[in-house]
Write a protein that binds this ligand. Structure first.
Ligand SMILES: *Cc1c(COP(=O)(O)O)cnc(C)c1O
Length: 426
């Protein structure tokens, strides 16, 4: 079998099942091409992508500017390692730090690596700046979090499927309820060794849980009061997904649509991934100001591929697309339209209990148990009707299309979704 041999969908599925580890349970559709908000399967059927690779493809599939930057750089220089300088990384670091208003950036590849980096940075800051005794630092995390798949990260997950039989686990984490300020303050008050608070501005994997208005700002204020770093995991919520450049931008009223300079909440450590490359390549980063980032010295941390020139070129292009095409604005407007349309439908629906989200990160709640097959079956029907989405946690379906969608396309998708849901009404 040669690389260029064309497979049928069934052949491709059979190969993955036989030769690949079964660490995912994909919807049975085999994609071979993507452009903008659309993907095509091997047989040529066209679909709206309503997952966007978990919000990595915010800029749309195969964005010409991103692919252009990638291929140009791939032809020129791909990897030097950080043993030497390259002429792209500094440009990307300048551009990204100016975009997000931080002094410095530390480049990595995947989201989980960036989370790991943030945890290490926070701990080192705790010992060297805050003055916590060695090995005593604690980091507060939230229940139902999703921060990736490394051994340390799953150590503070409470998803048994992600966690069980992967022990022994990493110590030094305290879990509190999400969206509960009292729990946060009690924990910070009782534990002088807390170094950081790691939080998702919206819990994406948990089922698009949007915290109460003001939660993030008040949590940040508590962190300041107790000299604890506020670490925002914006791997999924960042880069225009929720209608602002960052979800922690909140509803700041400044005139610049791209601004994250006067945010509702300014994280001490910001974690980005996914759409930082527009889905073209693994690119992640941790951003912080000098008083924090400068605790990292040569040899303390690194990655062979992190900050490679292809990643840097892509990261810069991916952020430029977000600004040039005003995708935060588009996500904001289309998100409001989407929730308004779905809310209208829900008024008379017995199969959907609610819609929630921000910008174009939304979910509907299916009126059935977490163990039921209903949400999966709805996603199968959506697939048949030309729209791809995936259940998260059994009875929740996340809807997160690329942000380059037009209003007409969104209304077309609403029609597909409501028509499909109607067939499941009891
Ligand atoms: C996807 C995700 C990660 C992990 O990113 P990977 O690139 O899969 O390692 C971390 N945090 C959040 C909030 C995510 O959504």
């Amino acid at each position: 079998m040669a690389v260029l041999d064309q497979l049928t969908s069934q052949e491709a599925i059979d190969l993955e099942n036989k030769y690949g580890a079964h660490n995912y349970h994909p919807l049975p559709v085999v994609l071979s091409r993507g452009e903008g908000v659309f993907v095509w399967d091997v047989e040529g059927k066209k679909y709206y992508d309503f997952l966007s690779a978990y919000s990595a493809v915010n800029q749309g599939h195969c964005h010409p500017k991103i692919v252009g930057a990638m291929t140009e750089q791939a032809k020129t220089l791909t990897l030097t390692s950080r043993a030497f300088y390259n002429d792209m990384l500094g440009k990307f670091e300048k551009y990204a730090t100016e975009t997000f208003h931080f002094d410095k950036l530390l480049p990595m590849n995947t989201g989980a690596e960036a989370v790991e980096t943030a945890l290490k940075l926070c701990r080192k800051w705790a010992y060297e700046v805050k003055g916590i005794d060695e090995n005593e630092a604690e980091i507060v995390v939230c229940e139902n979090n999703f921060h990736g798949r490394t051994t340390t990260i799953i150590s503070f997950s409470n998803d048994p499927v992600a966690r069980k039989n992967f022990g022994p686990y990493t110590n030094g984490f305290i879990k509190i309820e999400y969206d509960n300020l009292e729990a946060l303050e009690d924990t910070l008050k009782a534990n002088p060794n807390v170094a950081g608070f790691l939080v998702e501005p919206i819990q994406g994997e948990a089922g698009v849980y949007v915290p109460s208005e003001g939660y993030l700002a008040k949590a940040k204020a508590l962190c300041e009061k107790y000299n604890v770093l506020f670490i925002a995991d914006e791997v999924q919520t960042g880069i225009a997904r929720t209608g602002r450049l960052l979800a922690t931008c909140g509803n700041c009223s400044c005139a610049d649509k791209h601004c994250s300079g006067t945010p509702e909440v300014k994280a001490d450590i910001l974690i980005l991934g996914k759409a930082l490359s527009g889905g073209a390549y693994p690119v992640s980063a941790v951003l912080a100001n000098n008083d924090i980032m400068d605790v990292i010295k040569p040899g303390n941390h690194g990655s062979t591929f992190g900050g490679n020139p292809v990643a840097a070129a892509i990261g810069m292009a991916a952020l430029e697309v977000i600004k040039d095409e005003e995708l935060a604005n588009n996500a904001q407007e289309l998100g409001e339209l989407f929730r308004a349309e779905l809310s209208k439908f829900i008024e008379t629906s017995s199969i959907v209990n609610g819609v929630r989200g921000k910008g174009l990160l939304n979910a509907i709640l299916i009126n059935d148990t977490e163990e039921s097959e209903t949400a999966w079956n709805i996603c199968m029907k959506l697939r048949d009707n030309g729209l791809l989405a995936k259940p998260t946690h059994g009875n929740i379906i996340r809807f997160a299309p690329p942000l380059v969608m037009t209003k007409e396309q969104l209304l077309d998708c609403v029609a597909i979704i409501t028509k499909t849901l109607k067939a499941f009404e009891k």
